[in-house]
Design a protein. Structure first.
Length: 256
């Protein structure tokens, strides 16, 4: 089966010692592509080095993570906008809002979101949305900007069925990861009512490892574990999940 991990920070420091091994294990398990969301200016060089070395498997995106938005966020956006003008990227991300860690710069987070979403419209690429403790706020942001040019994915979706339906109605995908395997993750009440054509799979490596690896370093090699649980909840085979989510990801990122 062929899998795509639509969200993994494999350029992170925790992978530097054994990245070759991590990617090889993922390939052996059928994870043919890994999309790497950027988080800030400091992460760009590391991410692009990984993309250059593992170009057949690892694909970079460009964006400013909300947790790295501060009073000087415009300086980071200036550099990222320059990168987008110099070479193609498959998505703008990871962008969004975060009300879990710090609410100090929430207004700036929303401003940064709007700026970056308009980049995506300009370059006709999707956005990758971070929405920890702020799904409703991000739905409102997307709805205000929505037109035929704005597409994307709500990364690490952990909301309820009503929120899922609103996201789908906006034409966006749900990024399903390790939370689907958590005993009290809540996605068992959502995925049973959702058509698989609306989801893509992700790990968010090195974070949010699925059961039975919860609390340890996550890896793209765990995509099949996530898919197994999704297939149970959706009552379709793992092969169907592989085929559908792979096609969804390729369509989302306008890939071949």
């Amino acid at each position: 089966m062929n899998w795509i991990d639509t969200h993994a920070h494999i350029y992170a420091e925790s992978f530097q010692a054994d990245l070759d091994q991590v990617l090889q294990e993922a390939r052996e398990l059928g994870v043919s592509r890994i999309y790497m969301p950027n988080i800030d200016v400091e992460s760009i060089d590391l991410m692009l080095e990984v993309e250059q070395k593992y170009s057949e498997q690892c694909i970079a995106t460009m964006g400013l993570h909300p947790c790295h938005v501060d009073k000087d966020f415009e300086k980071q956006l200036y550099i990222m906008e320059d990168w987008l003008s110099k070479r193609p990227f498959v998505a703008v991300g990871e962008i969004g809002t975060d009300l879990y860690w710090d609410k100090t710069y929430f207004e700036q987070q929303k401003e940064a979101f709007n700026i970056q979403a308009n980049w995506a419209k300009k370059y006709q690429i999707p956005i990758i949305i971070h929405c920890r403790e702020s799904i409703d706020e991000n739905i409102e942001l997307v709805a205000a900007l929505k037109d035929e040019r704005l597409t994307g994915v709500f990364h690490c979706f952990s909301g309820d069925l009503d929120q899922a339906k609103k996201i789908i109605d906006l034409g966006f995908m749900l990024g399903i990861g390790g939370v689907a395997t958590f005993k009290n993750g809540g996605l068992d009440k959502v995925l049973t009512h959702i058509d698989p054509k609306h989801i893509v799979l992700e790990t968010d490596s090195p974070y949010l490892a699925p059961t039975p690896h919860r609390g340890k370093r996550n890896s793209p090699a765990y995509i099949p574990l996530i898919a197994r649980r999704v297939s149970e909840l959706m009552s379709i085979s793992e092969e169907e999940i592989a085929n559908i989510t792979t096609l969804n990801a390729l369509r989302l990122f306008k890939a071949k």
